[in-house]
Design a protein. Sequence first.
Length: 214
Amino acid sequence: MSLANLFDLSGHVAVVTGGNGGIGRSIALGLARAGAAIAVLAGNEEKNQSVLGKIKALGGPALALRVDVTVRGQLQPALEQVEQTLGPVSILVNNAGIAVVGGVLEQAPEDLDRVIETNLNARFLLSKRAAASMLGPSRRMRRRGRVSGVPRFGFCHRFNSRRKRWLRHPMNHVLAVEKTTDLKNSARSSETFRHAICVRKPGPVDARRVKGDT
């Protein structure tokens, strides 16, 4: 069996936030190569059009919408447009995220607000709306769904040139524990668990960009 057949996603609709650059762009292109219809939700329109051209060149249907995930009023209309154009969502990749560099004493409350709104609240709201799309109006599963999130560390102390990596901020542990607990409890106690919607959070990865995916 070929790799293409093993990971055949024909008929699936995948939404990738922050899918116009970096890790998100690679994920979007990989899903497109596997046959999925792709919707990229990201803020930089020029980069949106660039990745949209790449995806369409692979031969599958695609859509790129300019969306700021911190603006809650943009999230549901965006997913509704995806449904109208490509069909019900069956895959959601919560890739968009930001990090603030600096120590605790250097950061303003607004920095924490931006990190939580981008890395936590937007992911919850998008996951909730995508799960509703997967279930359909009757709350009966259309097909198996997948919700995945690329780990993001919201705060970094500074770049360690010797170890070639960003030093993580203690606040990340608070956010990670709360987010992981909430996701597990939500997935096990709601429709997502009963209707075979798989919620996954892969292990951490290194990315070039720290200040955010647009």
